[in-house]
Design a protein around this ligand. Structure first.
Ligand code: SF4
Length: 334
């Protein structure tokens, strides 16, 4: 049994302009101890898929269809007797078994509370530890994420920490209760390149040293390259390709995946070969295309792509792609 099971998820947002169909038929499994990367441009639906799972959609967002299971438990919003029961159950799950690492540590940390208080509180709220035990565990977590002089720094405020150190604290808070699932939403975007590498290294170590499943949400395929066992590529609210890291990097099937790969910079490569950004912009999800969502930007588009959504082709137990190019029936349709 997978730790996370998402089936045919549809998530929508009510706006003044109409209904934004942000997530359209996403299905995903994540196993305990596995690291999954969800990669796509802004507006591809990657964050909203995860926010739907953990009950953190904005007020105008709702799950319009599909089901979720977490650790064998049905946590689909409609499976709860009422909104209050759902909110309460999710609040408890987020403190105990699920944790989230957000992009900007300063929006997560309370600037007027000492780091120690912010680490100790979730332990007191979600376990039966005494204050002394919680403080000991907080120090242990600080050491685990590489904060030097933990005894001294536990008494400091967030502004006394650098950006990278603050993100380490956010990771320590996320790990406080040994969660089964850690979701990291663009955890390194707000950091400079050197600190980014250190934080990614830290997440990689945690992956090796804990049995938590990690879901890494990012727009940068390069970020998940070393870290993730499998990678899901999202575009226009859909998963267009999913596979192991090797399948995605060495045998990509979808033109969008190939485009993302050509956008990755390699710091060790000094050949100065130009990176090739993907021209065009993502589809308007107020009125999604009826065929392939990538059709307006795809150099390989065929007539069939505009009118009919591509079906999923399976290449291996782990590798699938939704593109007419890999569908025998589309031959001779250019
Ligand atoms: Fe391009 Fe057609 Fe494949 Fe979409 S289905 S990615 S438009 S070739």
């Amino acid at each position: 049994m997978a730790l996370v099971e998402i089936r045919d998820l549809y998530t929508e947002f009510k706006t003044d302009q109409g209904i934004v169909k942000a997530v359209r038929g996403v299905s995903l499994d994540v196993d305990q101890g596995e690291a999954l990367g969800i990669v796509g441009e802004s507006g591809s639906g990657k964050s909203q898929t995860m926010y739907s799972l953990i009950g953190l959609l904005a007020d105008n967002g709702y799950v319009a269809g599909g089901t979720f299971k977490f650790d064998g438990e049905d946590i689909t919003p409609s499976s709860f007797p009422n909104e209050k029961a759902y909110v309460e159950a999710m609040r408890k799950l987020r403190g105990d078994k699920m944790a989230m690492i957000f992009q900007d540590p300063m929006t997560f940390l309370n600037p007027v509370l000492k780091i120690g208080t912010q680490l100790v509180e979730p332990l007191l709220n979600h376990t039966d530890m005494t204050k002394a035990q919680a403080r000991e565990r907080a120090l242990e977590l600080m050491r685990l994420v590489g904060i030097p002089e933990a005894e001294k720094r536990i008494e400091q405020y967030p502004f006394e920490f650098s950006g990278g150190m603050r993100q380490r604290i956010v990771i320590a808070i996320a790990l406080a209760n040994n969660p089964k699932l850690v979701i990291a939403d663009e955890p390194t975007t707000a950091l400079d390149v050197t600190i980014q590498a250190q934080v990614l290294e830290l997440i990689d170590e945690l992956k090796k040293n804990t049995n938590s499943a990690i879901i890494m949400i990012t727009h940068d395929l390069g970020v998940v390259a070393k870290l993730c066992d499998r990678i899901a590529i999202m575009y226009g609210g859909e998963i267009v390709e999913i596979g192991t890291d090797k399948e995605i990097f060495y045998e990509p099937k979808h033109p969008y995946t190939m485009g993302l790969i050509s956008c990755i910079s390699n710091p060790e490569d000094d050949s100065k070969e130009d990176l090739k950004p993907i021209p065009g912009s993502p589809p308007d999800l107020l009125d999604p295309p009826k065929g392939c969502p990538f059709v307006e930007r795809c150099e390989k588009a065929m007539r069939v792509c505009k009118d009919f959504p591509p079906e999923v082709t399976t290449f291996s137990k782990t590798h699938q792609c939704a593109c007419w190019l890999t569908d025998e029936r589309a031959k001779n349709n250019e």
